[in-house]
Design a protein around this ligand. Structure first.
Ligand SMILES: CC(=O)SCCNC(=O)CCNC(=O)[C@H](O)C(C)(C)COP(=O)(O)OP(=O)(O)OC[C@H]1O[C@@H](n2cnc3c(N)ncnc32)[C@H](O)[C@@H]1OP(=O)(O)O
Ligand SMILES: CC(=O)C(=O)O
Ligand SMILES: [Mg+2]
Length: 359
């Protein structure tokens, strides 16, 4: 582990100064596309401004025969495109794969100025981030980049899960972590066959009524990912980086997708992956706070005056701690309102309605 005094020193001569804080830019949906798929690639320019992040995926879901085409496709798209408000990310191949070294050297030297974040799959521990950190610094220096590329890890092995805190704190480049439920399930030997989401067999059952074990008893499906997401959120919050739900593979089940995204949002995640255009509106809806909640947050803020003490509002106690939760909501609404005019209007109406009541 580096000492505190040189944690923020560049790891190569000529590399850009590491960031001290992860820039707080909206990342509600990280939209995956395969740059080797001409139909998907053709849709990228029209998606700018409709998604917060476009991610050119080079890893799983890209056929082995298409790996080089995907890498080159991403270079071509990045060079030809002005991404405006939308961030460009990539997911490189795994660190033990034959492609990753060329992924990094090509992407950083050719389009490093366009890339905001590199997502690293199957991260096992801090040593994987340290490897990427030094290599990126060398490549950034070679490419003459003036801002550092940030790193996002996917939590998709049991070892990565156990080491999640050290992964989050391994480098100032760490932007965030996503859940990788498919690989994680396989690595843990969970007996599921899905990409994220729940399972009808994972449930609790109501106690027998009057001791009748065979009688009618309700069952309640449980969230398979609760422990994992909650632990990931704590590790990210502790290190000042962002947590994300990952993929929801049942594209047609938009209802369960929304539920899974909302569970993650409520637990502290700031965004999710979208694998198909149908999931973009769901992510936008879920990861943008409800204007009614924003209005409530403004009411608590107004009622709490200098922010200390306790007050009653609608029969409920509010105090310094509930105010802090409300300030999280207000800050998020202000960030999103600044980039999304429709939401901006709704959040401004929420703020103004409270200000009118106060006047
Ligand atoms: C466990 C993990 O690692 S998850 C992350 C890796 N997986 C991925 O990245 C998957 C990305 N998504 C996909 O590959 C595709 O969406 C699939 C395979 C799931 C479904 O693809 P399709 O069967 O083509 O879906 P569908 O027919 O509904 O597509 C409708 C249109 O949207 C396009 N489209 C589908 N997905 C995307 C996407 N992610 N981005 C942009 N356009 C897309 C299709 O090309 C199609 O275009 P067309 O109307 O010009 O023909
Ligand atoms: C997200 C991912 O890569 C996985 O679920 O395996
Ligand atoms: Mg995976």
């Amino acid at each position: 582990m580096r000492s505190a005094k040189d944690f923020f020193a560049p790891l190569a001569v000529g590399a850009p100064q590491p960031v001290r804080e992860v820039p707080a830019r909206p990342t509600r949906m990280i939209h995956f596309f395969d740059p080797s798929n001409p139909k998907m690639a053709a849709k990228v320019p029209d998606m700018i401004g409709t998604v917060d992040v476009l991610l050119g995926n080079l890893e799983d879901a890209v056929k082995a025969d298409n790996k080089l085409a995907a890498r080159q496709g991403l270079v071509d798209i990045a060079k030809a495109t002005d991404f405006g408000p939308t961030q460009l990310w990539t997911r490189i191949n795994a660190l033990d794969s034959p492609w990753v070294l060329d992924d990094l050297t090509t992407l950083v030297t050719e389009i490093g100025d366009k890339l905001d974040v590199i997502m690293v799959p199957k991260v096992q521990g801090a040593e994987d981030i340290h490897y990427i950190d030094r290599l990126l610094a060398q490549l950034e220096a070679k490419a003459g980049l003036t801002r550092p590329i940030l790193v996002h890890a996917i939590l998709e092995t049991a070892r990565g899960m156990v080491n999640v805190e050290e992964i989050c704190g391994a480098s100032p480049r760490m932007q965030g972590i996503s859940l990788g439920p498919a690989d994680l399930a396989a690595d843990r030997k969970m007996k599921t066959t899905r990409v994220g989401g729940g399972h009808p067999g994972y449930l609790v059952r109501q106690d027998p009524v009057d001791g009748d074990i065979q009688g009618q008893r309700s069952t309640y499906q449980q969230d398979l990912w609760h422990y994992t997401v909650a632990r990931m959120v704590d590790a990210c919050a502790m290190h000042g980086i962002y947590a994300y739900y990952g993929p929801f593979g049942d594209i047609k089940d938009v209802v369960a997708c929304e539920d899974q995204f909302r569970n993650a949002f409520l637990l502290g995640c700031v965004g999710t992956w979208t694998l198909h255009p149908a999931q973009i509106a769901i992510a936008r809806k879920v990861f943008s706070p409800d204007p009614a909640d924003v209005a409530h947050a403004y009411r608590v803020k107004a009622a709490m005056g200098d922010g200390t003490g306790a007050v009653m509002l609608d029969g409920k106690m509010e105090d310094d701690a509930s105010l802090k939760q409300c300030l999280v909501m207000v800050e998020l609404a202000q960030q999103l309102g600044a980039i999304d005019p429709e939401l901006g209007e709704q959040y401004e109406a929420a703020r103004a309605s409270v200000a009118d009541q106060e006047a």
